[in-house]
Ligand binder design. Structure first.
Ligand code: ADE
Length: 226
């Protein structure tokens, strides 16, 4: 998968993409990250935002630097990217959206900053608007990192053990069951007997029951969707 990131702050991504699973994925050549600084493509590099027409607080990201960057990047390859605009007004990001996006060959993430985007960036380009939740951040950079992390770990081959995806929270619509590791007893707190029993059928039943109980208690809203 090719992932292009269009941003005014490419340096913010360097650390996140250079560690852990995201780094391993690019080392295995399962993903290629490309950072583009929107400012570099602006006619006036010192002016990428401006005051809103009609008045109002804050600054609005100008259309021209974003359109220019997208056009320059699209010239690099014949493959059409799925363009994603990070904005609090977008579709709510979820595990199932992450799964869908992980099947795309080419994602282009456009992160805005300041008060918002000039509306023509939304309407004049074929973009999929994506929000990571109902709160407003100071820019789309952190949301883009979150989307990249959730998507890349689902690309086949990125995680060493594919079962870690099948068993985790949200995959089957439930939260994950409780996990334990050694020691069997810590500060008087014991690992449930059944997990040490070696009875795989019983362990599976226990996992299912715990996942269900936990979801009912902590997130009844997602249980309704299963
Ligand atoms: N930019 C600012 N807030 C955001 C959010 N919640 N999701 C995506 N992009 C954003």
């Amino acid at each position: 998968m090719r992932i292009d990131i269009l941003t005014l702050f490419p340096e913010m991504f360097v650390n996140v993409l250079g560690h852990s699973i995201l780094k391993i994925a690019s080392e295995k050549a399962l993903v290629q990250y490309n950072l583009f600084n929107i400012r570099e493509y602006a006619e006036n590099k010192r002016c990428v935002d401006d005051r809103p027409y009609g008045g109002g607080p804050g600054m609005v990201m100008k259309p021209e630097p974003v359109f220019n960057t997208v056009a320059a990047v699209e010239q690099q390859t014949n493959v059409r990217p799925k363009k994603i605009l990070l904005t609090p007004q977008g579709h709510r990001f979820s595990q199932s959206l992450a799964r869908e996006l992980s099947k795309e060959p080419y994602l282009m993430l456009i992160s805005g900053h300041y008060e918002g985007f000039d509306e023509r960036i939304r309407t004049g380009m074929d973009v999929f608007e994506l929000s990571i939740g109902d709160y407003v951040l100071s820019g789309g950079e952190i949301p883009a990192m979150i989307v990249i992390d959730a998507v890349v770990r689902l690309i086949p081959g990125v995680l060493g053990d594919p079962d870690s995806i099948t068993n985790e929270s949200f995959n089957n619509g439930l939260l994950e069951y409780p996990q334990y590791t050694r020691p069997a007893e810590y500060k008087g707190m014991k690992v449930p007997e059944v997990l040490i029993s070696g009875n795989h059928q019983k362990i599976k039943e226990w996992h299912n029951a715990c996942a269900l109980e936990r979801t009912l208690r902590k997130r009844p809203d997602i249980l309704n969707r299963v």
